[in-house]
Design a protein around this ligand. Structure first.
Ligand SMILES: [Zn+2]
Length: 407
């Protein structure tokens, strides 16, 4: 795939060598031209010419080294010029569209959140997507020539090669050629990925997955999904549907899931499933704090608050959801044996109940042939995880991460 960047900003990563050099600088900065030649096995004149071009394009900056051998010339050291260029990241879900402008190191310099109240038609969704990017470009007042690309983390089934949203169940929309539409509108390179996989890519670049080659990012919100990273690359499968942990069956006789099957994990542990259970059960337990609450007061936050105040019903609802999540996570661990599981979502942030239940079940149900150290952590990217994932789609193209990661 060619990665043609907008003319006028710079001519783009014309060669693999150029992005290789850029990636070595990112991983090893500050670094001299001579050291780059050593790491990449490129000749010093080739490195010099590639670096000069990167400096001219403002992607790399030079600084004088503070230390030098006695009498020797101080080498010029190179660093990535992170704040000279920008990336736009969009997270498009059923209930929210968030569009950010970041520097190359993921600092959000402009943030635009639109809450979605009603389900949009395809045309309205596309207009909203375009308008949100126009708004960020106009209001942030950055020179469009300094923007490297637009990444879109889209809810639902996505074909990342074609940049098409194939089907978005929560939006009830299908076949949206996002890449084609947005590239046509903004004349910038566009990358599109499923939101949960984009999140895993963001975790590997900015979050708890940094420096971890194999991990699973388990995401719980309206639905439940996972991003599987194997050897530093997100795994998609030939069908672009890998990681649908929400639709693994945890009880054959369980409640009906939105997908039509019975007993899926999502029917037990998604936010929606937990809220439904809360509404249902609170009616039958007059002694519970939840019983006194009006329907519009029942929320994930109020459930955790009641559990923190020692309410038995609240604790049992959280414990049950945590156990089902833990069973699904343990099954995944038995198959993939990742070194880390990263938990992402509101239900992991409000209190320890669900996290502890997941840890307990993974410990209990994971087959161990030898001592294994699988860590379970909560994401520290918070609500910005998805948009940073979208931004990382572009960063990964610019820096061509891959075989050089271990250098
Ligand atoms: Zn299902």
């Amino acid at each position: 795939m060619t990665f043609v960047l907008q003319k006028g900003s710079f001519e783009g990563m014309k060669t693999l060598n150029q992005s290789t050099v850029l990636n070595i600088i990112r991983l090893k900065e500050p670094i001299s031209r001579a050291e780059i030649a050593k790491f990449t096995k490129l000749t010093p004149p080739t490195v010099s010419s590639l670096v000069n071009e990167l400096v001219e394009n403002n992607l790399v900056k030079e600084e004088e080294s503070v230390s030098s051998k006695a009498g020797g010339r101080r080498p010029i050291m190179l660093r990535i010029n992170y704040s000279a260029h920008y990336i736009i990241g969009v997270y498009a879900a059923a209930e929210v569209m968030r569009t950010v402008l970041t520097t190359m190191d993921g600092k959000i310099v402009f943030d635009y959140v639109q809450k979605t109240m009603t389900l949009p038609s395809k045309a309205v969704f596309i207009d909203r997507l375009k308008e949100s990017i126009h708004y960020v470009l106009d209001e942030s007042k950055v020179d469009q020539r300094a923007i490297l690309g637009i990444g879109v983390a889209m809810h639902g089934l996505v074909d990342p090669d074609q940049g098409v949203a194939i089907y978005s169940p929560h939006l009830h929309l299908g076949n949206i050629p996002i890449k084609e539409i947005i590239e046509e509108e903004f004349k910038l390179p566009v990358m599109v990925e499923n939101d949960v996989r984009a999140l895993a890519i963001g975790e590997s670049w900015f979050g708890q997955g940094k420096g971890t080659a194999d991990f699973v990012s388990l995401s719980v919100g309206k639905g439940i999904g996972s991003g599987i990273v194997i050897n530093n690359e997100v795994y998609r499968s030939p069908f672009n549907t890998a990681g649908e942990i929400g639709h693994t069956v945890v009880n054959m006789d369980g409640p009906r899931c939105e997908c039509g099957n019975d007993g899926c994990l999502e029917a037990y542990a998604s936010e929606k499933a937990i809220l439904n259970k809360m509404k249902e059960e609170s009616r039958h337990y007059p002694e519970s704090l939840l019983h006194e609450m009006k329907e519009d007061q029942l929320s994930i936050r109020s459930l955790f608050k009641a559990a923190n105040d020692g309410d038995e019903l609240a604790m049992s609802i959280l414990n049950e959801s945590g156990k089902y999540l833990g069973i699904a996570a343990a099954n995944m661990v038995n198959i993939l044996k990742p070194s880390k599981i990263i938990l992402e979502g509101h239900i992991f942030e409000e209190g320890p109940h669900i996290v502890n239940a997941v840890k307990e079940m993974v410990e209990k149900y994971t087959f161990k042939s030898s001592p294994e150290n699988i860590t379970i952590v909560c994401s520290d990217l918070g609500k910005k995880g998805m948009v940073l994932g979208a931004v990382t789609l572009i960063l990964k193209k610019i820096f061509k991460i891959g075989r050089l990661e271990s250098v």
